[in-house]
Each structure stands twice: as structure tokens, then as C-alpha cells.
Design a protein around this ligand. Structure first.
Ligand code: GRF
Length: 221
């Protein structure tokens, strides 16, 4: 087994994905430990969750113009002190700037609640329902300068039922998000997933643009 990965998680809110990651680290499913949680929102429930697990947690303020201007630089400095092997955006609602992304190139992953490339950005569930899609899901991908556009590691889908509200769909997708994010991170920390330039390799085999199918992976287990 490779050395234990040092994971920094960036959040903005509830932190249910964070909780799934921490529990999977503690139970040994993920070969890593969450060494810090950083929030863009002072009142994020995820900060309380981190505190309960005694994980260093902080909030970076962006109230004044000066703070706004220096936000990414400050974030970069704070993240760097933890020397992370992996940075996970788990419900992080701020766009990272190019300097941050290039500083931690190939080490940042994001979970997005849609089947990318469909519906990058916000309100994904409502957009999928309005488009009368038959399925939705979530995507774990490497972060590049393109918003929600980096190479896809894994996708998992769930059905959309005819009377679904956006909340109902969001609950169904969240359930798969927790499992999928843990699975993707566990594969990265076991060094079974590698990124070279824009291509992802899973156990040394080139992945298609859609990444690993989480549903297929689960059927095989
Ligand atoms: C998740 O749906 C995630 O995909 C999206 O924001 C939500 C965060 O939920 N980017 P939580 O904070 O992990 O509970």
C-alpha cells in the first residue's frame, strides 16, 4: 500500500460528503486522513462536523475588498501548510483561480451533482427535470481551469421519476454521491487512478471520457 494520503477538504455548507470521506478514512476504506477542512462560509455545518472529529478546520473570510482580492492567495497559503496529496472540493461553492489550480495541478478533485458534461454550474437537478431527462447523477472529476470541465474519473446515475421535485432528486443523487466520492478517493489513494496530461488511467488502462461507471462497478461487486 502507498503511504497514507493527506487530504484537505474544501467545503461551503452542510458537509455530508465530508462526513462520508472522514468515516471512510477512519474505517480504512480510504488509505488517507483528512488533515484539514477549510470553508468559504463561516456558518457551514461541515465545520462543526470537522470539529467533532478533531480535524483542524477554518474559515477564510472574504468580507472586505482586501480579503476578496487576496482570497485565493490566502487559501493557497493555508492549504500549502498542510502539504496535501489530495484536495477534495466537497460542496465548495467558490471558483478557484488559475494560480491555485496550477499550484496543486492534478491533485484537486470535485464532486458535481449532474452527469457532466450536462449541466455544469448551478441548479443541476431542476435543469435535468425541466429537460425531461430520464436519469441524472453525479460526477467526480479532476479540477482544471474550465468550470466543471476537467477529466472525468467516475460517474454514477440514478433514475428521474415523472413527479420528482428538485429536492427529491437531489436526495437520490446525494445518496450516490457519498458512495461514489468515497470509492473514487479510495482508488486515488490506493494509486489505482493516475492522471497524465488530460488522460486518466485506471489500473493502467486508459479511461473513456465518461470515466468509470459507478453503477457498473457496483454490479461487479
Ligand atoms: C453536493 O450535492 C455536491 O455535489 C454539490 O454540493 C452538495 C454538497 O453537499 N457540489 P454536502 O455539503 O456535501 O452535504
Amino acid at each position: 500500500m502507498p503511504k497514507k494520503y493527506r487530504i484537505v477538504v474544501l467545503i461551503s455548507g452542510r458537509g455530508s460528503n465530508l462526513q462520508a470521506i472522514v468515516e471512510a478514512c477512519l474505517s480504512g476504506i480510504i488509505n488517507g486522513a483528512v488533515c484539514a477542512v477549510i470553508s468559504s462560509n463561516q456558518n457551514a455545518l461541515g465545520l462543526e462536523r470537522a470539529a467533532k472529529f478533531n480535524i483542524p478546520n477554518s474559515f477564510i473570510a472574504k468580507n472586505t475588498n482586501e480579503q476578496k482580492k487576496n482570497y485565493d492567495k490566502h487559501l493557497c497559503e493555508v492549504v500549502r501548510t498542510y502539504q496535501p496529496d489530495l484536495i477534495v472540493l466537497a460542496g465548495y461553492m467558490k471558483i478557484l483561480n488559475a494560480d491555485f489550480i496550477s499550484m496543486f495541478r492534478d491533485k484537486i478533485v470535485n464532486i458535481h451533482p449532474s452527469l457532466l458534461p450536462k449541466y455544469p454550474g448551478l441548479n443541476t437537478h431542476l435543469r435535468a427535470i425541466n429537460a425531461k431527462d430520464k436519469k441524472s447523477g453525479a460526477t467526480v472529476h479532476f479540477v482544471t481551469e474550465e468550470l466543471d470541465g476537467g477529466p472525468i474519473i467516475m460517474q454514477g446515475s440514478v433514475p428521474i421519476f415523472s413527479n420528482d421535485s428538485s429536492e427529491q432528486l437531489s436526495r437520490r443523487v446525494l445518496e450516490i454521491e457519498h458512495k461514489m466520492l468515497v470509492t473514487a478517493i479510495s482508488l486515488i489513494c490506493a494509486e489505482k487512478i493516475k492522471k497524465r496530461k488530460d488522460t486518466i488511467y485506471f489500473e493502467n488502462k486508459k479511461l473513456s471520457k465518461k470515466g468509470i461507471s459507478f453503477n457498473h462497478l457496483m454490479e461487479q461487486r
